[in-house]
Write a protein that binds this ligand. Structure first.
Ligand code: ADP
Ligand code: ZN
Ligand code: ZN
Length: 834
């Protein structure tokens, strides 16, 4: 009789197939065959290694398991299974697909951005001889030869092994050797991730009882060296006083570094008085020393906000907390987080990149200790992998993170907080997916039946609209904590000052006097100018030529310290010129003010003051930003010059003056969101002034003091700004009344880009009508990295069938992309563009 066992797996319907997501920009999932060996263990959400294309080997994620072979191609075998338990949850796979559909990109692109690169395989698989292997009699003759060969090498890739073993199916051979424990496969694939392990020692838990411990100490008096080891241990870990501390033990190196005898230590270990154990430590622990502290008592206003939020959550899934700067929103968040965690659910707390500073981390650490994971793009891959795995294992029930933290494998969220929800940095621009983390958070919460709290002093117009129309709940906090006052904001008319010769360069005397006074009173000043570098352009006095980037249609910014001209769009740089390259004149003049030039001029005016600068150029590393913040906190800085970085949630005790160098550029920027953004930015920067005991002062230089938005900023009149703005949005059909999809067409030949954009525009108009399709138009910077750019803006009413419209748009784009006459053009789609 033929055994079932021998036939079953040859029948096609029993072969397991896996649809996998490959981290590549292709439209479809790919189907692979699951080798029999893995069929039992393979799970949706596990990572696998597959061959994709001719020679590429990539890490993919299983999205679906089934029995249907693909129709159009012969399925290849999965090469390797990396995880026994899923690393990506089914909810995430669903979410990735949603993001791909909504933001009009491919699910592989989502996966690629979502997975920390430490979880993506960087090199081909490797094997090595197991030094503990001691049963050569198990090996076949051929296997023996291979093992001998393997011993000569550190490790071999699968390919190398296959070559000299001269077998077709090297995987089979490897599997046999693994089963016989002759080779090690821990390096079967070299992961970038390596956990950090610490060796620790502790007392046998028997001695946690005071009586036994005292007895032990008495006994050890005979062996003073051993006694010394134990006493040393107890100095660090006071077990007599707090027995519970013993469980965590002490790093072994602490003891071996001390003046104790190693052999005594070893004897104690051998006799089981001390025990040795390894822990995998989080990479964050080394830079945070936290003491658990009680949560501060909430003020009446904060308690009221808490109650209102909880009430609002009973009806709404999303609530906006509109609290002015300094109203104490963070403490409200902390209380909510504690409640949700106590209920057994997970919490995600999102912050914009630069607002995620140690100031906030230290504050949260005090409350949440090491239950809290931190997900930050400036952390290494290893650290990101640790948080990812910690969320799966349950180690981190709570994560504070930036935009990309929405991709973490939560499966039981109770609450997502999006702090500073108006921040545009929640939107990713490049590469795809061009997602908005706030909006994705709302979707995740919906899927996991969690609540979302959006917090801001200056909510996005869309968010406030949703709150007023009842889609979101709304809770407000109108007082600063401890009744601190909002700053006194004044305008300086620079046009008038210039006429009266009351200026030095572009500084009004009034602003300089205020800075001087503040400095003399030993208070700190923040000077805000949203432009880095020394001067945004240099111009020849004789022939008026402006030096521009050879690759982009934009002037080069002069950077003084490096004596360089740089393009902020493509990174091009060249040495500063001595003469005009057009006419040869030496009269090159720096124009406009960047933070570097402001810093320099202030230093000349206030030689005694300690001046620091906070912008992209001074904070490239994780530590540089932190060091700068520490300096300001310590009072080692008198004047801090900075870009928008200084506006993000920094809380400095002694900043009592904030100067805004130029409000006009921001307000007059040609963008339908310019007013909203200027209001947000200026209000946030102003909010840095005088947060606690003293009332702060804010000075704003402008050429037009009559602009209504400036009055609204002075009066902290968000509602006024909102009602004016929402009327305009409605009249001109902008969000929240419409949805915007921007299509960007690029080509190295201007004519081709122009034609592709025009033809695409015409196609789109056919079905969508001219009212919904604007452009193509050249953007502000017409050429970047030698690519000519055209933009088409599509405005869609909220009630249109979005899916059908998007499909139509995709089809039209695809038609253009494959058209011969447009060859070489690239087309980018940005849904809900910024
Ligand atoms: P927001 O984020 O709303 O701008 P913060 O949460 O930073 O405001 O709070 C402003 C200041 O008030 C901070 O210095 C904070 O430490 C302090 N604060 C807020 N709530 C409390 C409280 N309940 N007890 C003590 N200090 C508080
Ligand atoms: Zn010239
Ligand atoms: Zn450039």
């Amino acid at each position: 009789m033929l055994l079932q066992e021998n036939t079953l797996d040859f029948q096609e319907e029993n072969t397991v197939f896996a649809d996998v997501i490959v981290p590549v920009a292709v439209p479809n999932l790919f189907t692979y065959r699951v080798p029999r060996d893995f069929a039992q263990h393979i799970r949706v959400g596990a990572r696998v290694i597959v061959q994709f294309g001719k020679s590429k080997v990539v890490t993919a994620v299983i999205a679906r398991l089934h029995h249907q072979p693909p129709q159009k191609y012969q399925a290849k075998y999965i090469l390797e299974l990396l995880d026994d338990a899923p690393l990506v949850t089914p909810q995430q796979i669903e979410l990735f697909q949603w993001i791909a559909d909504y933001y009009m990109c491919h699910v592989g692109e989502v996966l690629n951005v979502a997975l920390p690169s430490g979880l993506k395989i960087s090199s081909l698989s490797k094997v090595q001889f197991n030094p503990e292997f001691d049963r050569p009699e198990l090996l076949t003759e051929r296997e023996g030869v291979i093992i001998e060969e393997l011993k000569k090498h550190q490790s071999l890739t699968y390919d190398e092994l296959a070559r000299f073993a001269d077998v077709k199916n090297v995987y089979h051979l490897i599997k046999a050797l693994v089963q016989k424990q002759a080779i090690i496969v821990f390096e079967e694939v070299k992961e970038k991730y390596t956990p950090k392990i610490i060796r620790k020692v502790r007392l046998n838990h028997f001695y946690e009882e005071a009586g036994y411990l005292t007895a032990l100490l008495g006994e050890l008096e005979k062996t003073p060296k051993q006694l010394e080891v134990i006493l040393q241990y107890l100095r660090y870990v006071p077990v007599l006083r707090t027995p519970a501390l013993n469980a965590k033990g002490l790093e072994k190196s602490t003891l071996t570094k001390a003046e104790i005898s190693d052999s005594s230590l070893n004897t104690l270990l051998k006799n089981g008085i001390l025990e040795q154990f390894d822990v995998i430590v989080s990479r964050f622990e080394e830079d945070v020393d936290f003491v658990e502290a009680p949560t501060p008592e909430l003020s009446e206003a904060q308690k009221r906000a808490m109650t209102e939020i909880m009430q609002s959550f009973e009806e709404k899934d999303t609530v906006l907390l509109h609290g002015i700067t300094g109203s104490g929103k963070t403490e409200v968040y902390i209380n909510l987080i504690e409640q949700v965690l106590a209920g057994g659910s997970q919490v995600l707390y999102l912050l914009p990149e630069i607002a995620l500073t140690t100031q906030i981390v230290v504050r949260l650490r005090k409350v949440f200790g090491d239950k809290m994971g931190i997900y930050h793009s400036k952390f290494s891959d290893n650290e990101r992998v640790e948080v990812w795995k910690g969320v799966i294992s349950g180690k981190f029930q709570f994560v504070i993170g930036v935009r990309s933290a929405v991709f973490l494998p939560f499966d039981n969220l109770g609450l997502i907080i999006v702090d500073e929800e108006h921040e545009t940095s929640y939107k990713q621009f490049d590469p795809a997916p061009r997602y908005h983390a706030r909006d994705v958070a709302v979707v995740i919460a919906h899927k996991q039946k969690a609540k979302v709290l959006l917090g801001s002093a200056t909510p996005a117009i869309e968010t406030y609209y949703n709150a007023l129309t009842g889609r979101y709940g709304l809770v407000t906090m109108k007082q600063r904590f401890g009744n601190a006052q909002l700053p006194d904001i004044r305008l300086i008319d620079v046009k008038y000052a210039r006429k009266n010769k009351e200026v030095k360069g572009d500084f009004s005397n009034m602003m300089l006097d205020a800075i001087r006074l503040n400095f003399e009173q030993k208070e700190q000043t923040i000077l805000f100018q949203n432009r880095r570098g020394y001067s945004p352009y240099i111009q020849c006095d004789d022939c008026d030529t402006i030096v521009s980037c050879p690759n982009c249609d934009v002037s080069l910014t002069y950077h003084y310290r490096e004596q360089e001209l740089r393009c902020h769009y493509c990174g091009y740089h060249e040495s500063m010129h001595r003469t005009c390259q057009a006419c040869g004149s030496v009269k090159l003049r720096t124009r406009g003010y960047g933070t570097e030039k402001i810093e320099e001029e202030l230093q000349l005016l206030f030689p005694e003051a300690k001046i620091a600068r906070m912008d992209l150029d001074t904070t490239r590393t994780k530590t540089a930003f932190q060091t700068l913040i520490n300096e300001v906190e310590k009072g080692a800085v008198d004047i801090l010059v900075g870009t928008q970085m200084v506006s993000k949630g920094l809380d400095f005790e002694k900043v009592s003056l904030v100067c805004i160098f130029d409000a006009d550029k921001m307000i007059n920027f040609p963008d339908f969101r310019a007013t909203e953004k200027a209001f947000q930015m200026l209000t946030q920067v102003a909010g840095r002034a005088g947060r606690r005991s003293i009332r702060g002062n804010v000075l704003i230089q402008t050429n037009n003091t009559k602009q209504p938005i400036l009055q609204q900023i002075i009066e902290s009149d968000y509602e006024g700004m909102y009602s004016q703005e929402i009327a305009e949005r409605e009249a001109f059909r902008y969000p929240p009344f419409t949805r915007l999809i921007k299509i960007i067409v690029k080509h190295t030949e201007d004519a081709t880009a122009d034609k592709a954009a025009k033809d695409l525009g015409a196609k789109l108009v056919e079905k969508l009508s001219a009212a919904r399709v604007l452009g193509p138009e050249r953007p502000l910077v017409e050429r970047v990295r030698n690519q000519f750019i055209y933009e088409i803006m599509i405005k869609l009413e909220k009630n249109l069938p979005l899916k059908a419209v998007k499909n139509y748009i995709s089809e039209q784009i695809e038609a253009i992309s494959v058209g011969k006459e447009y060859k070489g053009s690239s087309i980018v789609i940005d849904v809900d563009c910024g």
